[in-house]
Write a protein that binds this ligand. Structure first.
Ligand code: ZN
Length: 159
C-alpha cells in the first residue's frame, strides 16, 4: 500500500472508531488525542511540538476558518501518522516532502471523508459553495479533494 493511501485509511479508521460526523469538530479530535491547540500570530501555517508526552499544536490565527481547520487537521495528522520531531510545514520554493503530502491527505480525509463527499456531491450536484459550507473547509481544500476523486464541480471562485 502506498504511504498516501495509508494516510487516508488512518484518518478514516480514526473517524469510525470515534464515531465522528461531518462537520468534523477538529478541536474535539485534538482533545481526544490529548493535544493542546494554541492560536498565535507568526509566519507559517502551524506546527506540532512534543515535550515528553505533552503535545502542543500552534496554528497561525490570521487565517480564515477553513484554512485554520485544515492546518490543525494537518498537524494532528503528523501525530496520527507517527511523524516525530520538529516538523514545520513551511518549505518555501521546495516541493513538499512525502510526509507533508501524507499529512495533507490524512487531514483532507479527516475533514472531508471520501464516502460522505460522494453522497453530498450527488445531493449538492457538485456545487463547491454548498459542499465547502457543508464540510466547513476552504474552497481550495474542497477543490483539491474533488480533483483527487475525479468528481466534477462548478460554482467556484478559487483560481
Ligand atoms: Zn506538516
Amino acid at each position: 500500500m502506498s504511504k498516501i493511501k495509508h494516510a487516508e485509511i488512518v484518518a478514516r479508521q480514526f473517524l469510525k472508531k470515534h464515531k465522528l460526523k461531518v462537520p468534523i469538530n477538529i478541536e474535539e479530535i485534538a482533545k481526544l488525542l490529548n493535544i493542546r491547540v494554541t492560536y498565535a500570530s507568526f509566519e507559517g501555517d502551524g506546527a506540532i511540538l512534543y515535550n515528553g508526552k505533552a503535545k502542543l499544536i500552534i496554528v497561525n490565527k490570521n487565517q480564515e476558518i477553513g484554512q485554520l481547520r485544515f492546518n490543525i487537521a494537518h498537524e494532528i495528522s503528523h501525530f496520527l501518522l507517527k511523524h516525530r520531531g520538529k516538523i514545520f510545514n513551511t518549505h518555501p520554493g521546495d516541493e513538499k516532502p512525502l510526509y507533508e503530502k501524507c499529512a495533507d491527505t490524512c487531514a483532507s480525509e479527516l475533514l472531508i471523508p471520501r464516502n460522505e463527499l460522494k453522497r453530498k456531491h450527488y445531493q449538492f450536484n457538485g456545487d463547491i459553495q454548498k459542499l465547502k459550507n457543508y464540510f466547513q473547509v476552504s474552497e481550495k481544500a474542497m477543490i483539491t479533494k474533488m480533483n483527487i476523486l475525479n468528481l466534477p464541480y462548478h460554482n467556484t471562485f478559487y483560481k
